[in-house]
Design a protein around this ligand. Structure first.
Ligand SMILES: Cc1ncc(COP(=O)(O)O)c(C=O)c1O
Length: 394
């Protein structure tokens, strides 16, 4: 008999009842150190008092009002995002997938309004993940994502990772309207796109007018030690998707865009009942207030250095388990010689939570405000988890 929850997830046999900072408490009272943070969602940890205050204050005043009316919390958050990024405007969604849908529509509408409606094609990259909607699975195109869900939305071409010649050739096609990439691939196995490649993409787009779309759903909002990951490369996209960390655990996403890219999205071209609702935006505005601070991002970079160094040590101590460390900031991946799920499972035994990814990687995406001593504790738990897997392997 089918379970009462549609069984699309492979769930661990763990159930949490309470959270505080980087800690999660299970039903049996055991406390777990959370290095997954809801897959890069709980950017400021669990039950962050500032976010609880922002949420409950808003909840006591007004939960929901339609986008038929002005929403002050939404305006505050929009101003903060625009004021702290390349963007001139933004649209709020409830998730990364919905941001993906709008990014695709925006790119196509742009070329429609610029007299080249044939430029509908969007180039994407092997290993990418942009969500589970019809557009998002077509963008990724793998059998794993698309099998049985056809006919697929047309107009996407997937390119091999790092094949610059194939990219240049594909980008020259007259129907290409946009290039879509995660500056750091998340689900694909924590693969950062080198800065010079992001710059190269910007150049290719500038040559042909092609729109550059960054998916910063997982790597944005301070995760890499800058507010947005592309800032490290010193270039900017035309359109960017964000979600996950922006709501600190409350469902919220957004598309940020330049005026030029967004101008064709006039009244009536897009909308959402809940997107940008007062509760989400009150929390999002507080997250931005905290994360966009230089001192906070300095802290992320310091903790990232500590964690990375510790992980390098872990790799050296367990050469049978690990191949190396990769990633950026507090978005780090342990490339494994063992099955990643086995390491994640061993982590449960040591009460430390990690997340598997593709390419034989285990992801570490802790809350951005994790402390130095919590990182030390995380490293010793990971060390013990690796010893469990290593001894099993031996
Ligand atoms: C890079 C990236 N884009 C898009 C998505 C989809 O976001 P959501 O699950 O909020 O719809 C995800 C989710 O993991 C993601 O990592």
């Amino acid at each position: 008999m089918i379970p009462s929850i549609l069984p699309t997830y492979n769930r661990a046999d763990l159930s949490f009842v309470k959270g505080e900072g980087v800690w999660l408490e299970a039903e049996d009272g055991r406390r777990y150190l959370d290095l997954g943070a809801g897959i890069a969602v709980n950017a400021l940890g669990h039950a962050n008092p500032d976010l609880v205050d922002a949420l409950t204050t808003q909840a006591g005043a007004l939960w929901h009002v339609s986008n038929l009316y002005r929403i002050p919390a939404q305006q505050r958050l929009a101003d903060a995002l625009v004021g702290n990024s390349f963007a001139d405007t933004c649209f709020f969604t409830n998730s990364g997938t919905e941001a993906m849908e709008l990014a695709v529509k925006m790119a196509r509408r742009y070329w429609h309004d610029h007299g080249q409606p044939e430029r509908t094609r969007i180039l994407t990259f092997e290993g990418a993940f942009h969500g589970r909607s019809s557009a998002a699975i077509a963008a990724v195109g793998t059998e794993k994502m698309t099998k049985g869900f056809g006919p697929l939305l047309p107009g996407f071409t997937q390119l091999a990772w790092g094949d610059h010649d194939a990219l240049r050739a594909a980008a020259a096609a007259p129907d290409v309207g946009a290039i879509l990439i995660e500056p750091v691939q998340g689900e694909g196995g924590i693969r950062p796109v080198p800065d010079h490649c992001l710059k190269g993409l910007r150049e290719i787009c500038d040559e042909t007018g092609t729109l550059l779309i960054f998916d910063e759903v997982q790597c944005g909002m301070g995760r890499t030690g800058k507010l947005f990951a592309h800032e490290w490369a010193g270039i900017a996209p035309d359109i960017m998707m964000v979600a996950k960390g922006i709501g600190g655990g409350f469902p919220l996403g957004a598309v940020l865009a330049t005026e030029k890219a967004a101008a064709p999205m006039t009244a009536g071209t897009h909308g959402s009942t809940y997107g940008g609702n007062p509760l989400a935006c009150a929390v999002g505005a507080k997250v931005m207030e905290i994360v966009a601070e230089d001192a906070f991002l300095d802290g992320v970079r310091a903790r990232a250095g500590q964690l990375r160094q510790g992980l390098e040590g872990l790799v050296a101590s367990h050469p049978d388990v690990f191949e190396g460390v990769r990633g950026a900031g507090l978005m780090l991946g342990l490339k494994c010689r063992v099955v990643p799920a086995d390491l994640v499972q061993a982590g449960y035994g040591e009460a430390v939570l990690t997340v598997p990814a593709a390419d034989n990687v285990v992801r570490l995406l802790p809350p951005l405000n994790i402390t130095a001593s919590e990182i030390d504790e995380a490293l010793s738990r990971l060390d013990r988890a690796a010893a469990r897997v290593g001894s099993d392997a031996g």
